[in-house]
Design a protein around this ligand. Structure first.
Ligand code: AHR
Length: 576
């Protein structure tokens, strides 16, 4: 990864540097005081009055510097962008969503049934569909998660649905009323592609192979006739196939070798027959990958990638999954609302580990796949907090605050900087579960702060990464120091330049000056997202506490000048 693109890393150097320069300023001031009193020429303690004066003077300087310290933090930050230096495409699929049969993620979140009073189209909520269309969801991963390894697709098709249990998530009844056709209809309504996770843990290769035949064949087989009888004669398109989920844990506690033997079988036999996906737009197969940075995960990545490098013609994969939640410690204990600056800085420090984790696994992947043919699919990411008091702990209900919006922007920035390897990502989860886009309660719906960031970032979908060089400065709270600012840039398919800039500091605004090479900026406008407090949330009664407002940058001497509010995410586009 280019040094130019590592704003976060530069920022730590900057933090150390600014502490260093503060010390230097102290030292220079002390020497100046000594010189002005000509102390060097005085015999030690020869004049008590002068010594007292020196102490007073030094104390005054010391306190003046402490008081002046925030001025250092308020220095202008310069962003430098040369639009001719482009990087990889920021794949729109890094803005993917994850919808598991968990709590009210699917039932009530998406599905209310055709007889509901809540406005719906064939059982799917109209308000949710409109909201998701607006953020241009590229793909949805379904039906899990851990749920996928206990899911049997035949129970979710046809007029008679089988009621089963959902032992992973609260042990509730799974009505199977939202099944294959309902999921594909939902995708069609929001304009997204399918990421289907097949059951490796408790299913069979035959069950998964038949599901794909049912979904994709255009031939008149018994399964395709059944699909037509259930309302869809044309073959469906499946963009991604997840082969298992966390097979090292809830997906069957497999060793890398055991999983690899499963992967090879599923990769060989679970075929996509859709005629339009044979040459172009082929279905991408995603293998289970790591869930952290410890040795067991690096060994897992190593084993799968090594096997792939030595593969026979009969199997293949196109992506390696990686799951990484921002949780700090297990079980999740951080509150999702009603917290202060300490928890704000702790969570953001933890979330920035995403960069190290991706670098670590990318380095292993580079050994076996220097051409980067295998994508790293961060297909579960986001904040995982303590369940909201009074909620079913198995439903993973949490609030979504301004902190989550900032967390989302920082992670999307990390993915963009790793765009050459990270080409798929799915935030967990889309509705009513974990770091959701949307929360619903019966007929009510509210858009979360995270949703707003996804909406602001939509122009980066399929844009070309443009490196931004900057010294991020630092923000310190207690023993935590974070980069004060983060920024990415992308050139969209029409050639327009977009910038996403986050001011992590919850107390100080940041003045930024943007120097552009290769573009004659006439104006720059966009939106900024902030709120009164780090734990501000949107509720059904107050849906716009965390919301966006318009911003515009001043053009001064060919540079753009912009003031970023504390704890804010800003996206602007440049007109030339
Ligand atoms: O997103 C909740 C759960 O977290 C998923 O089901 C599982 O894959 C992960 O452990």
């Amino acid at each position: 990864m280019s040094r130019l693109s590592t704003g976060i890393r530069v920022s730590f150097t900057r933090a150390v540097k600014s502490e260093h320069s503060l010390r230097q300023r102290h030292r220079a001031a002390y020497s100046a005081a000594r010189e002005s009193l000509n102390i060097a020429s005085l015999p030690l303690w020869s004049n008590l009055g002068q010594a007292a004066l020196l102490v007073q003077c030094l104390l005054a300087i010391h306190f003046a510097l402490i008081v002046a310290a925030p001025v250092v933090a308020q220095e202008k930050i310069e962003l430098r962008i040369d639009v001719s230096r482009t990087g990889a495409k920021i794949d729109r699929n890094i803005f993917g969503q994850f919808a598991e049969h968990l709590g009210h993620g699917v039932y009530q979140g998406i599905w209310v049934g055709p007889n509901s009073k809540i406005p719906n189209t064939r059982g799917i909520r109209n308000d949710v569909v409109a909201a998701l269309k607006a953020i241009k969801v590229p793909n949805v991963r379904w039906p899990g998660g851990c749920f996928a390894d206990e899911y049997h697709w035949r129970k979710g098709i046809g007029p008679q649905r089988v009621e089963t249990l959902n032992p992973n998530w609260g042990g509730v009844i799974e009505p199977n009323s939202f099944g294959t056709h309902e999921f594909m209809d939902f995708l069609d309504q929001i304009g997204a592609e399918a990421f289907i996770s097949v059951n490796v843990g408790s299913g069979t290769p035959q069950e998964a192979a038949e599901w794909l035949e049912y979904l994709t064949t255009a031939q008149p087989t018994t399964l395709s006739k059944e699909r037509a009888a259930n309302g869809h004669s044309a073959p469906y398109k499946i963009a991604y196939l997840g082969i298992g989920n966390e097979s090292w844990d809830c997906g069957g506690n497999m060793t890398p070798d055991y999983y690899l033997s499963q992967l090879k079988i599923y990769s060989r036999f679970v075929r996509n027959f859709n005629p339009t996906q044979q040459n172009k737009e082929q279905m991408l197969k995603i293998a289970v990958g790591p869930g952290g940075g410890e040795a067991r995960w690096t060994e897992w990545t190593e084993s799968v990638m090594k096997a792939w490098q030595n593969r026979q013609w009969s199997w293949d994969m196109n992506g390696l999954s990686m799951h990484n939640y921002t949780v700090v410690r297990w079980p999740p204990a951080f509150k999702s609302v009603g917290f202060g600056e300490t928890e704000y800085s702790q969570i953001l420090k933890s979330t920035l580990e995403m960069d190290n984790l991706i670098s670590k696994h990318s380095a292993i992947m580079d050994k076996y796949d220097p051409e980067k043919r295998i994508a790293l699919a961060v297909d579960e990411w986001g904040a995982w907090y303590a369940p909201l008091p009074g909620s079913n702990p198995g439903f993973l209900v949490q609030q979504n605050s301004l902190r989550d919006a900032i967390l989302a922007a920082l992670n999307l920035n990390v993915f963009a900087r790793h765009a050459d390897r990270v080409r798929i990502a799915n935030i967990a989860q889309m509705i009513n579960v974990l770091q959701a886009m949307i929360m619903t309660d019966k007929g009510q719906m509210v858009l979360t702060p995270t949703y707003r960031v996804f909406k602001m970032y939509a122009p980066f979908q399929d844009s070309t990464f443009v490196p931004v060089t900057f010294n991020a400065g630092s923000y310190t709270h207690g023993d935590i120091t974070l980069p004060r600012l983060d920024a990415i840039a992308g050139k969209d398919t029409a050639g327009k330049l977009w910038l996403g800039i986050t001011n992590v500091d919850p107390n100080q605004p940041v003045e930024v000056e943007i120097s552009l090479t290769g573009i004659n900026a006439k104006s720059a406008t966009g939106e900024t997202l902030t709120a009164p407090k780090v734990d501000s949330v949107n509720t059904f009664n107050s849906p716009n506490t965390v919301t966006t407002k318009s911003v515009s940058a001043k053009v001064q001497g060919g540079k753009l000048a912009l003031r970023l509010e504390p704890k804010s995410v800003t996206v602007i586009s440049v007109e030339q």
